[in-house]
Each structure stands twice: as C-alpha cells, then as structure tokens.
Design a protein around this ligand. Structure first.
Ligand code: SF4
Length: 358
C-alpha cells in the first residue's frame, strides 16, 4: 500500500462516518472549514455525501484569492497601466477587479508575468528595464516565503522590485465570523497549511472565549473525517478545545523560523477582506525599514471600487449562503465566465460547487 493510500481507505472512512453519525444523533451542527484545499478535498473525495443529515460543512474565508478585495486588484491594475511589470501567481489572472482583470489588461498590452515563486520576481527585476511589482497575496502559509524574498531583495540591493502586500491572517477572520450574529458556527476545522506555520496556540482564544471547538485538520479524506469526528465528539461532550488532528505536519508552536521571518519583515494592520469588510489586526504590510520595496506608496490613480452586481461572494465567504443559492451560479457565472472571485480560483467555494456539487 502506498503511504498516501493509508489516508484514503474506504472501510476506515465508513467506520469514521458511522461514528460521526452516532455522535451527531438527532442534533444539528454547522462546522466550518477555513481553507480552500479542504473545500476541494471534501468535494473531490465524496466525503460530504458520507456525513449525517444533521451535520453541515460550510466553507469560510479560506481561499486567499477570493478574500482579496477588488480595491487591491484595482491598484495592481493601475500600476500595470502605469507601465510597471506585474509578477503574479496564475490564480490571480482571471479574478475580476472593478472593471477589468489582469488577464484583460495583459491582452491590452500590460506587462503581466505569471511566476511560480516570489523569487522569480527578483530574476524578472534583474532582467527588466522597468520596475517589477510582485503581487503578494495569501495567508500565513505564503507570507514567510515573501518575507524571505523581501530580505533577499535587500541583500542584493535590488531596488527595481516592489511588493504589493495583501497577506492576511486567518485567526482574526475566524474571530470576526464568531462575532457576526448572522453566522452560525459550532466548530472550526482549522487550516492545516496555515497551522504548520502558526501552530495551534492562536486558535486557543477562539475556543476559550467563544466556546467553539477547533480542530486542525489535514487534507486527505481520512484526515478530514477524523477532524469532523473530533469536532462532533467535542460537541457531544460539551467541550471546546483546540486539537491537532494533523500531527504529522503541525506542532503546537508552529514553525519558529517562518514566524521569525514574518516578524522581521511585516507589521500587523487592520485589513479589508472581501465579504467580511474591515477586520482588526488581520493583515500584514511591510515594516517601515522596507519602505524602498513597498509598492503601496507608489502614487497611482485607482478607479473607484465597484462590486459585481448580484454576486453573493461576500455571503458565500461568511458561510451564510450556499453557492447554488446565488442567482448567478451556473447561469451568468461559471468557471469559464466568472462574475466573482469565488468562481475563479480552483479553491473557491463557488468553483468547487460548480465542478463537484451540482
Ligand atoms: S456564483 Fe458567481 S456571482 Fe454568485 S457568489 Fe459565486 S462567484 Fe459570485
């Protein structure tokens, strides 16, 4: 048996699903995963169909592309229109801004390059005559690599590269959801990748202050069933703790080196999330020492932000609307012709529902 097959065994999955069913009984629970990879894995493996009727699994703001607000895209597009070279990961290309996307801008002649690592932006800057702006979007998972790249740019004294930072922190967004009276969450399936970096401690106040169980979960089907089982067991026992169900990758104190890099390069700021609005202490920006590499201060005319009419991405990201409840889902909005960000990214809830859930 391959190593990975151990996490996909059908009989073990059935046993876990039965145990979850017994724990849930006649209760009704709403658990939320806050990770695009969980969203896709749950659909792709068919796990949702194994869950008891009383248990729903909602997707929260766990897709980094989806939670990045239009205003960020609009600023990036404005920088591109000013002649700067934009370096971005491919999943940002088709995300609609207020009136355009990076893909459309590239078709109109803007210099938009897809890169596979932040370090590629340094190479691009060394080979380029103009300024290169790297679009740094993502959670705690990708922020350390960007921090290391900023330090490398400084070490090389490479001033032609700038960073437009929109990194976001997951635990403050989870707290924001718990404070929202319209959102019901009985347990959080915490993101495995993010937790590799931050560890389990940042979730403790969520469990203790709000009485909501948190289980850090991996991405294979059995990982996820185990995470759901532990959440259901906590609900049945009336406890609210932080548990790690992904011990092969996550330590309670996270990754010290990665956290050190983030601490050295970034400061924590209040930040804007699509769907959640402004969330206190939920974003990262470059520290003043790195002002030379900060694209945020570059003067540029940014168009007024406009949200796509009828799109319910905000509600989808808060878990108050299932994607098919959006009137545009599968009609005006499809992966080929996305209206909102949640249909663009392969990890977006709308795209996952479209591909696997219909
Ligand atoms: S289906 Fe499309 S328009 Fe509707 S919420 Fe999702 S991304 Fe937005």
């Amino acid at each position: 048996m391959r190593y990975i097959d151990a996490f996909r065994d059908g009989r073990t999955a059935r046993r876990l699903a039965d145990a979850i069913g017994e724990l849930v009984g006649k209760s009704r629970f709403s658990f939320m995963e806050v990770c695009g990879t969980h969203t896709v894995s749950a659909f792709r493996s068919g796990l949702r169909s194994m869950l008891p009727e009383g248990l729903e699994l909602r997707s929260g703001p766990g897709c980094p592309v989806c939670v990045t607000p239009n205003s960020y895209l609009d600023r990036a597009i404005a920088l591109g229109r000013k002649g700067m070279v934009l370096a971005t990961f491919g999943d940002m290309l088709r995300v609609p801004g207020s009136s355009s996307s990076l893909l459309e801008e590239r078709a109109r002649g803007a210099k938009v390059h897809v890169v596979y690592s932040p370090l590629d932006a340094l190479k691009l800057a060394e080979d380029s005559v103009g300024t290169v702006v790297f679009l740094a979007v993502g959670f705690e998972t990708t922020a350390p690599a960007v921090a290391a790249t900023v330090l490398e740019a400084r070490r090389r004294n490479l001033r032609k590269v700038k960073f437009l930072i929109a990194h976001k922190l997951i635990p403050p967004a989870m707290r924001c959801l718990l404070d929202d009276p319209d959102v019901r969450i009985d347990g959080f399936m915490c993101p495995g990748h993010v937790s590799v970096v931050i560890g389990s401690e940042p979730y403790r106040p969520l469990a203790e202050d709000h009485g909501v169980p948190c289980v850090i979960t991996g991405f294979e089907p059995l990982d996820m069933l185990q995470g759901i089982y532990l959440l259901a067991r906590q609900k049945a026992e009336g406890t609210a703790e932080v548990q790690i169900a992904y011990r092969r990758a996550v330590r309670p104190d996270g990754n010290a080196k990665a956290k050190e890099l983030m601490e050295e390069v970034f400061r924590v700021v209040d930040d804007e999330w699509r769907g959640l609005g402004p969330v206190p202490q939920s974003g990262l920006r470059l520290r003043e020492d790195f002002g030379e590499w900060d694209a945020e201060g570059i003067p540029v005319d940014v168009e007024p932000t406009v949200e796509p009419a009828g799109c319910r991405c905000g509600d989808v990201l808060r878990g108050t609307c299932w994607p098919p409840e959006c009137p545009l889902f599968g009609r005006a909005c499809t992966p080929e012709h996305p209206v909102g960000a949640c249909m663009v990214s392969s990890e977006g809830a709308c795209a996952a529902w479209y591909r696997y859930g219909r």
